[in-house]
Design a protein around this ligand. Sequence first.
Ligand code: ATR
Length: 274
Amino acid sequence: SRHYAVFGHPVAHSLSPRIHAAFGRQTSIPIDYRAIDVEPGQFTHALMDFVASGGAGANVTLPLKQAAFTLCDDLTERARRAGAVNTLVRNGDTWHGDNTDGVGLVRDLTERHALDLRARRTLLIGAGGAARGVAPALLDAGIGDLFIVNRTPERTDQLADALAEPDRVHPRYLGDLQALGEFDLILNATSAARDGSHVPAMPRAIVGRRCAAVDLNYGEAAIPFLAWARAAGCHDVVDGLGMLVEQAAESFARWHGVRPETDAVYAMLNSNHD
Ligand code: ATR
């Protein structure tokens, strides 16, 4: 039978196996999907073992999304622009790479949370795999100018260069946030809270009148940034749970040819988490 999995490190607490099992029940497709913990140096080897045992597709989560990008034989346009892969599809003896994070985020924000993203002046905090995954889709969704800040400035510049829209995309220093004016959309794409360290300190002055704050993390890891956002007066405050469910639905569709309904699965996970 065909196997599916999510690769990450750590990955034991991933909700993806539950999400894919629920999609399988809903669509009457038998799903064999598990979480596989693999250190970055072992990823290529682990994928070979996976294929040998019938692996047909996989999700890839932190910190392996950029590694997955480099080992794919071919890529979708959106994965190429992201420089990061979260969905692998086995195609004969090659890996096809896609990135469903961005469309998942945009679908969650525009449909579940009814946010109009068009022309929003946007701040993206972080320039790792998560930030790379969502930036192209945000631009495609019609946001206004996109400012990017990151602890390591070199990665900010690399991401801005990769997006190749110099008129709209502006790399800036984290320390210069105060001078950047007000934003209508602020996204936390850092893993700071997941590692138990602090989200970078942010001045209230960056919050515009009807600003939406979005954390790509969910659960405990989304608490510090979203608490800051509420205290700073953000109009909408959204965690990454809906994005997780939507990107999973996109991946499921790639593998099984059917796009599952996401609302019931989102509601189930949301009630467990609050
Ligand atoms: P990866 O890049 O490993 O694939 P990621 O979670 O998307 O995974 O990237 C981690 C992001 O969180 C990066 O933007 C990282 O900043 P650096 O590029 O400077 O490493 C950011 N990050 C992690 N810990 C942080 C902290 N304590 N403060 C600020 N930013 C942090």
